[in-house]
Design a protein around this ligand. Structure first.
Ligand code: GDP
Length: 190
């Protein structure tokens, strides 16, 4: 099982479409079911988690409920999840993370990253919308620091991969990382 998590609007459904050719788009209207969507892909199950965090028109308590449901799904399926892909919007992620930090809160992306680490689920951070990022190295190095890791991108080439879901850039690299994690996870469970 491969899970995709991320805030709403980061380009998660565009990415899943790129990777699998399958359409997972949800209705934008609040109140519409926001359950995990499972699709089959090359003999695997891909799970598209509902987008978390702020969504215009969605009340705070619903956002919290979505977050709790995602956490529960991941906890319940931890031993089946071979890799998680955390999709972030490379253009706005740093700004949003810093805004949360200033309020003394743990940014939701950072929280999910650390949660997945605690469960020992291999993580890939897909830094999407790279077409809009000016200084890629600097951006990824800063993100690494925000995620609580020591070192630079050089040390985390297997975790942080810049992509453009919309334009199809670096999708092959991401696919390779996913396959690498699946292999590793299978070896561990043998
Ligand atoms: P989701 O809510 O995370 O599933 O996000 P969507 O896949 O619906 O994408 C949200 C918006 O971001 C759409 O307008 C996409 O066209 C746009 N988008 C997705 N990927 C990229 C990208 O790589 N670059 C740019 N510039 N826009 C993107």
């Amino acid at each position: 099982m491969i899970i995709f998590v991320g805030r709403s609007n980061v380009g998660k459904s565009t990415l899943i479409f790129r990777l699998t050719g399958k359409y997972v788009k949800r209705g934008k209207r609040p109140g519409i079911t926001r359950k995990p969507i499972e699709i089959g892909w090359r003999g695997k199950t891909i799970v598209d988690m509902p987008g978390f965090g702020f969504m215009s028109g969605v009340p705070k308590y619903i956002q919290e409920k979505i977050k709790t449901e995602i956490v529960q799904f991941i906890e319940n399926n931890a031993d089946k999840i071979e890799t998680a892909v955390l999709v972030i919007d490379g253009k706005s992620a740093l700004e949003i993370i810093e805004r949360w930090e200033k309020r003394g809160e743990i940014p939701i992306d950072v929280e999910f990253f650390q949660f997945l680490q605690e469960l020992e689920i291999p993580i890939i951070v897909a830094v999407n919308k790279m077409d809009k990022i000016k200084n890629l190295n600097l951006t990824i190095n800063r993100l690494i620091e925000k995620f609580g890791l020591l070192g630079t991108w050089e040390d985390y080439k297997d975790i942080f991969v810049p992509i453009s879901a919309k334009f199809g850039t670096n999708i092959q690299e991401l696919r390779k990382l996913i396959e690498k994690n699946i292999k590793k996870s299978q070896e561990l469970h043998e």
